[in-house]
Design a protein. Structure first.
Length: 171
């Protein structure tokens, strides 16, 4: 039997219409929280890029950790981001997952590597039953980085919208 290429689920990201309502559901129904909330927009992130081109867009991102897996809830604030496009085309749902790979398998030729993407950037949507790989499409630099625990996903660091964590639960 072949050694598994992926060794753990590191991140699960969902695009939602209403961030506050979704966080409340996750806290009260599933015990997932607390949530840290960030806003990404041209005032908090410089040099925003979408599909390799300069762009301006806005979204809110909520983060919570369950075990070793980071949950991300993403609410587009305009119609310009890839998250807004996803919401318009697919509706709410799973946008991407990040999977960890062992050091041995990360250097081997994998389906993701053959497509030019990092093994840790595998993505799946409701429209596709099998994982697809895509290179990072959002990047930028923070104008201010007051909050050192911002997301790592190439989007710069947003400023916290809430000073108090939302909900309690598992960590």
């Amino acid at each position: 039997m072949r050694e598994p290429v992926f060794t753990e689920a590191m991140q699960v990201a969902l695009v939602v219409r209403d961030l506050e309502a979704t966080m409340r559901t996750y806290v009260h129904e599933y015990g997932i929280g607390p949530w840290a909330v960030y806003e990404f927009n041209p005032e908090t992130v410089t040099e925003m890029v979408k599909d390799g081109e300069p762009a301006e867009y806005a979204f809110r991102l909520a983060l919570a950790v369950v075990g070793r897996t980071r949950f991300e809830l993403i609410q587009p604030l305009d119609g310009k981001s890839m998250y807004a496009e996803f919401l318009a085309e697919q509706g709410e749902g799973l946008h991407h997952i990040a999977l960890g790979a062992s050091r041995t398998t990360a250097t081997r030729s994998t389906p993701c590597a053959r497509r030019g993407a990092s093994c840790s950037k595998a993505a799946s949507t409701r429209a596709s039953a099998s994982p697809t790989c895509r290179p990072t499409r959002i990047s930028g630099s923070s104008r201010r980085s007051r909050h050192p625990t911002g997301p790592r996903a190439g989007a710069g660091r947003g400023l916290p919208v809430t000073a108090t964590p939302i909900g309690g639960g598992h960590r």
